[in-house]
Write a protein that binds this ligand. Structure first.
Ligand SMILES: Nc1ncnc2c1ncn2[C@@H]1O[C@H](COP(=O)(O)OP(=O)(O)O)[C@@H](O)[C@H]1O
Ligand SMILES: [Mg+2]
Length: 320
């Protein structure tokens, strides 16, 4: 099901300014969608347009079937929003804040208290819920922001940089929570990050923005597809790696050492080669690696395909 749709969506903050978001046409479906791009790419601008908090300069969009220009109020009732920046009143207890946010979103008092306790448990703040938020660590603040986005049982959540400022362990916890929201709770999630690689683990789909423009919008799998590069690890005498590289070169393969591994370039295929031909070439490459190692008498520890990474999209498609 499509939950977000934009058509030629454009936002300029001033008439002479370059567009912060330029002619964006994308669809977002169920599951977890990662919105990635460097700082200033237009991620937060897009989220505010989708919430009806900013008016588009041109183009259109809809969220859960509501038009973003006319239906902002209906959208904000149905959507949970975790803003990028700290928005927590420091002199309030977390539980009171989350109950209050539930009440603002239309929940009756008893339901708001019950839901607040539930979501605070889900985000791991059950024990700290009676503390004033001014004394919270960044990780606890991010969790409190997430809890208030979930308290009214939203049909969609927009999470703007939920991992910002977190140490690696806290970041992993937050990403696991994001994944649970999208997959276990079944609430569609649009989540942003300026760290290009971190969302590929938890997103079903990735949208890449660069300077306000759409670079890619694809299933995560498509980004992580096999690159054709093969990584090989050998054991044997001290010069095993070097001898292996030379022997591969003698068989017409281009390779180079990469730490303890040997990285072998894919065999170049003719332009009209189909997927089957690519798979065949791939298998042959592995056979050649095995034969070469056997001939030399060096041990093969592993032969593995190198898959793509989200970072590679930027290296390939953004001119330096
Ligand atoms: N309120 C604003 N007024 C003027 N320019 C803005 C405003 N908010 C964002 N911008 C500019 O719009 C561009 C996109 O910003 P933003 O949407 O915040 O990017 P991101 O969230 O990806 O870091 C940047 O060049 C930023 O400087
Ligand atoms: Mg932002």
């Amino acid at each position: 099901m499509t939950v977000i749709q934009t058509r030629g969506l454009t936002k300029r903050y001033g008439s002479g300014a370059p567009p912060a978001l330029a002619d964006l046409t994308v669809d977002v479906a169920d599951g977890v969608t990662g919105l990635v791009g460097a700082n200033g790419a237009g991620k937060s601008t897009l989220i505010k347009l989708l919430l009806g908090l900013l008016a588009p300069t041109s183009g259109s969009g809809s969220v859960l079937g509501h038009d973003i220009t006319a239906g902002g109020e209906a959208i904000r009732r149905a959507v949970g929003y975790m803003p990028e920046h700290d928005c927590l009143p420091p002199d309030m207890r977390c539980i009171d804040f989350v109950v209050h946010m539930g009440r603002v979103s239309g929940l009756p008092a008893a339901a708001a208290r019950e839901r607040a306790a539930d979501v605070l448990r889900h985000v791991g703040l059950a024990e700290e819920r009676y503390r004033l938020m001014g004394g919270y660590s960044t990780g606890m603040k991010q969790r409190a922001k997430l809890a208030q986005a979930l308290v009214h049982d939203p049909q969609l959540v927009l999470l703007d940089e939920p991992t910002n400022g977190l140490d690696p362990a806290a970041r992993d916890d937050m990403l696991a929570l994001v994944q649970r929201i999208g997959h276990d709770f079944g609430i569609p999630v649009l989540v942003t990050s300026h760290l290009l690689g971190e969302l590929e683990r938890v997103s079903d789909h990735v949208i890449v923005l660069d300077a306000g423009r759409l670079l890619r919008s694809e299933e995560t799998q498509a980004f992580l597809a096999d690159t054709g590069v093969v990584l090989v690890e050998v054991i044997g005498a001290a010069d095993a790696q070097q001898r292996m590289g030379e022997a591969l070169a003698a068989r017409g393969l281009v390779s180079r050492p990469r730490g303890s591994l040997i990285e072998i370039d894919p065999v170049t295929l003719p332009d009209d080669a189909d997927g089957e031909a690519a798979t065949r070439a791939h298998d042959q490459l592995r056979d050649v690696v095995r034969d070469t190692a056997a001939d030399l008498g060096v041990g093969l520890v592993r032969v593995q395909a190198q898959t793509g990474r989200l970072e590679d999209v930027f290296r390939e498609e953004v001119p330096a």
